[in-house]
Design a protein around this ligand. Structure first.
Ligand SMILES: [Zn+2]
Length: 118
């Protein structure tokens, strides 16, 4: 398995895990019903995690508008890519917008201008 994931998919799974964390934290809070302040603390934390995931989802929305929709040359499905290099969301084929990087091994370092390999 290739080590990198499509960026949008990765952010989306992060947002999804935030929702789960929020629900779990609130559930844990229910065990502290005797201690109202502790329960309240867990509830607030849970709500914060869920709110954070809403923010992340909104962020994905703005990212998606900037993402370039392309057809993956490997699997032929449509995928969205972000930045100079990204992965196909279906088959994890490395994709690049930069012709000078074509054929090179996929490396996330290409997305960080300061640490770019020459
Ligand atoms: Zn693909």
């Amino acid at each position: 398995m290739k080590p990198y994931k499509n960026k949008i998919n990765r952010i989306r799974s992060f947002a999804l895990s935030l929702i789960f964390i929020g629900v779990i934290v609130m559930y844990i809070g229910l065990f502290f019903r005797k201690y109202e302040i502790v329960m309240l603390l867990f509830m607030v934390l849970g709500v914060l995690a869920i709110l954070a995931s809403v923010v992340v989802y909104a962020w994905i929305g703005t990212l998606s508008t900037r993402a370039v929709q392309i057809v993956c040359p490997n699997c032929g499905k449509e995928t969205k890519m972000l930045g100079r290099v990204d992965m196909c969301g279906h088959c994890r084929e490395p994709l690049t917008m930069d012709p000078t990087l074509e054929g090179k091994d996929f490396d996330e370092i290409y997305n960080k201008p300061n640490k770019r390999k020459s």
